[in-house]
Design a protein around this ligand. Structure first.
Ligand SMILES: NC(=O)c1ccc[n+]([C@@H]2O[C@H](COP(=O)([O-])OP(=O)(O)OC[C@H]3O[C@@H](n4cnc5c(N)ncnc54)[C@H](O)[C@@H]3O)[C@@H](O)[C@H]2O)c1
Length: 315
């Protein structure tokens, strides 16, 4: 068996500018929507009382991946990240292991990237200002990707003022309160999902809301009435209906499948996006393995071109 390259966190972040991550993630949604890339729904393995593991496979363009990653929302109290894990990349032609990749870096980049893609597709054409609610690891990457997509200025809100201040300082934005962030054109929420941060009144005409934090059953960042007031979009119906922002309203029967459009369908032009500048749009991201696959393609291509140095392991 040949030596397998290992892409650690620093290597991934150095190899992948936010703008490239955005383009790659956009392309992944198109390829999945057209059926070229395949992805079974992620499997959750509960790890009570503090978290869960997710097994996330996908295949496309000659690669097959399995991401094995965590969500342990209280981990920062222990000095550990919420999301950790490894992506195994194999050849889809003969099954050979091709790479091991740090899941933290890929997850951060692809999660931030989808916030930018959703804003580009679903926000008003004249949308500029950004509100970030939750300025932890993934909120910060969402902000960086939105800035790379030339949105801003932004308002960063987090109950931890140091986090909000650090992110605002990095991007030349401002730290502010929840109401300031929610008054922006493009609001991106990346909290642990234990309590609603978007209230019904926040679903006002013209706003775009990207909800990234509620990525598993039992989590929600928006009040159900806020969800009901919006034009609804998701990354993938099966995942979003079972463990995302839409689940509460679906369970109550106040929204149904027919009201929810997948982002890939908007990107391929098979479904409409926002209906008017006055609409409120809500995008529910649960996180897809095709997003990870897209970035693994980019990393292996960069490695093949000799533009990233990696260590190797022999399996
Ligand atoms: N959709 C996806 O693809 C995806 C990907 C990765 C992580 N996530 C989810 O995103 C969430 C955040 O993950 P993370 O790694 O950034 O965690 P983190 O702990 O690094 O950051 C969470 C931040 O939210 C802040 N926060 C807590 N309550 C808040 C509130 N009421 N209002 C505003 N901010 C609040 C915290 O202070 C913290 O700074 C988790 O639920 C995680 O599972 C989703």
């Amino acid at each position: 068996m040949p030596d397998v390259p290992v892409f650690d966190q620093a290597t991934v972040l150095a190899a992948m500018p936010a703008a490239e991550a955005i383009d790659r993630v956009r392309d992944a949604f198109v390829r999945h929507s057209t059926g070229e890339w395949v992805m079974p729904a992620k499997v959750y393995l509960d790890a009570p009382p503090d978290g869960d593991f997710r097994a996330m496979p996908a295949r496309g363009d000659g690669l097959a991946i399995l991401k094995w990653a965590t969500s342990f929302p209280r981990n920062p109290e222990r000095g550990l990240p919420v999301v950790m894990g490894t992506i195994c990349v194999s050849s889809a032609d003969d099954g050979r292991p091709l790479a091991l990749v740090d899941a933290r870096a890929v997850t951060a980049l692809r999660t931030g990237a989808v916030a930018a893609v959703a804003a580009q597709e679903l926000a008003r054409e004249d949308a500029a200002t950004v509100g970030i609610v939750g300025c932890g690891v993934h909120g910060a990457w969402a902000a960086r990707c939105l800035a790379a997509a030339e949105y801003g200025p932004g308002v960063c809100f987090d109950p931890d003022p140091d986090r909000a201040g650090a992110l605002a300082g990095e991007l030349g934005w401002e730290a502010g309160g929840r109401e300031d962030a929610l008054a922006s054109d493009i609001v991106t929420c990346v909290t642990p999902g234990h309590e609603p941060v978007v209230r019904a009144a926040d679903a006002r005409p013209g706003v775009h809301l990207s909800m990234l934090g509620a990525d598993a059953p039992g989590k929600a960042e928006a009040e159900i009435e806020a969800v009901e007031r919006c034009e609804l979009f998701c990354d993938e119906w099966e995942q979003a209906s079972h463990g995302g922002e839409l689940t509460g309203a679906l369970r109550q029967g106040t929204i149904s499948r027919g009201r929810v459009t997948e982002l890939g369908a908007v990107l391929t032009g098979t479904a409409p996006g926002r209906s008017s500048p006055e609409a409120a749009t809500l995008f529910d991201s649960t996180g897809l393995a095709i997003q990870d696959l897209a970035l693994c393609h980019a990393l292996l291509e960069a490695h093949a071109e000799g533009s990233v140095g990696v260590s190797t392991v022999r399996l």
